[in-house]
Design a protein around this ligand. Structure first.
Ligand code: 13P
Length: 242
């Protein structure tokens, strides 16, 4: 399975910053052995679609609404992302679960909307630090998967321990491997052979110096990168490690 290295720009970058970053990514993307994806804020989608056209780098959104259109001021529908050139969309990121109180049921509805619009959803799951300390990481993630994934799921999963995001702290290799195996067994248990084909990304403080070892762990099918995706040299170094 080819690894997917995805950059989540979050609420960062203005046009003048995005343009040189996209140009450097395009220049450095040739010959990579992984799939590369960037997920800019919505304001930069059309600029990014133009900059990336003809390159192997795919474009994604950071969230979508569950409805295809309607009276939802400030929200973005999955067909709009598709129309802007996106092929993927992140749903259920822990920052949205926290900032916007998104529930697993909301995330499931968004994932369904994404698939209906022809997008590949990347569904994020992950435990808090207190849940891990209490020995509940696998049960929390298992429950998130059960409730957030639509039937017949065809997308990717991002395992992002909340306490590893933006902190420089990552779980041990054993903890990541064991969580990814747990996620794989939940996926194959529910979806059979289709569950074996789902890419399971790791996210949380992925940097060039830890990417090589993270990406070699069993069942790690790529990375969802925050801070390090805002710098072309770092993001491409992570991609080369994949
Ligand atoms: P960092 O790579 O900055 O820790 O962010 C991870 C993340 O939340 C990606 O979605």
């Amino acid at each position: 399975m080819r690894r997917l290295i995805a950059g989540n720009w979050k609420m960062n970058l203005l046009r003048a910053e995005a343009e040189p970053l996209l140009a450097s990514l395009c220049a450095g993307a040739a010959g990579l052995e992984c799939d590369l994806l960037v997920c800019p804020p919505a304001t930069l989608l059309s600029l990014a679609a133009m900059a990336l056209s003809g390159s192997p780098i795919a474009l994604g959104g950071q969230d979508c609404h569950a409805a295809a259109r309607g009276a939802h001021t400030g929200d973005i529908a999955a067909p709009m992302l598709r129309d802007a050139g996106a092929r993927y969309v992140i749903v259920g990121h822990s920052e949205r679960r926290a900032d916007h109180r998104e529930t697993d049921a909301d995330v499931r509805a968004k994932a369904e909307a994404a698939v209906a619009a022809g997008l590949v959803p990347i569904v994020c799951v992950g435990e808090s630090e207190s849940e891990r300390m209490a020995g509940r990481a696998e049960s929390v993630v298992g429950r998130q998967l059960d409730l957030s994934l639509p039937d017949g799921f065809a997308g990717a999963i991002a395992y992002e321990p909340v306490w590893a995001i933006g902190t420089g702290r990552i779980p041990s290799a054993e903890e990541i491997a064991s969580m990814h195996l747990h996620i794989r067994s939940r996926l194959t248990g529910r979806f059979g052979a289709a569950g074996a084909a789902v890419r399971i990304l790791y996210g949380g403080s992925v940097k060039p110096d830890n990417a090589g070892s993270l990406l070699r762990l069993p069942e790690v099918g790529g990375a969802l990168v925050g801070g390090a995706s805002l710098d072309a040299v770092s993001f491409l170094a992570i991609a080369r490690a994949g």
